[in-house]
Design a protein around this ligand. Structure first.
Ligand code: 5GP
Ligand code: ZN
Length: 144
């Protein structure tokens, strides 16, 4: 990790970066991490974060946002190939009114299906860990 990357002791995503809590990581480089969302809005739902801790996009250094976007460019096509949905949304929330619940900047990669009626505030419904792990393996295989 680069010397300029700041982590936060109390942030759940920083704990995931440090490996202090488990996660299904699908891709990682010096400045960004992609891992599965444990409350998936759809199978294959994953999150991409800059490793630099910042609360939201307004205070995230542009180089950190750019690192996350480069990883989205790798991971979103892998999700597309692994899950073969009808489409994918990239969603990024800032502030409670935008349904931001974790205050470390993150981008959602959400597979979409025609008529899934997914709303922007989709709610948090725990996923099946075996199923999430299996989709993670499929996405990782597409990144090899
Ligand atoms: P937000 O609501 O801030 O846009 O998205 C935060 C996301 O983080 C939610 O979709 C939620 O399911 C996910 N999340 C919260 N805690 C954890 C966790 O401990 N592990 C993982 N993998 N995802 C989490
Ligand atoms: Zn953090």
């Amino acid at each position: 990790m680069g010397d300029d990357i700041q982590l936060d002791d109390d942030c759940i995503f920083c704990k995931i970066i440090r490996g202090e809590i488990p996660s299904f990581k699908v891709f990682e480089d010096d400045a960004s991490l992609a891992f599965m969302d444990i409350n998936p809005a759809a199978p294959g739902h994953c999150l991409v974060i800059p490793k630099h801790h910042a609360e939201n996009i307004f205070v995230t250094p542009p180089h950190a946002s750019a690192a996350a976007m480069a990883t989205i460019s790798k991971v979103a096509p892998a999700v597309e190939r692994a899950v073969q949905p009808g489409g994918i949304n990239i969603v990024q929330a800032n502030g409670p009114a935008a349904a931001q619940s974790v205050f470390h900047t993150h981008f959602h990669i959400i597979p979409r299906h025609l008529d899934d009626n997914l709303l922007m505030n989709w709610g948090l419904n725990p996923g099946d860990m075996d199923e999430i792990g299996a989709v993670a393996e499929k996405i990782k295989a597409e990144l090899d």
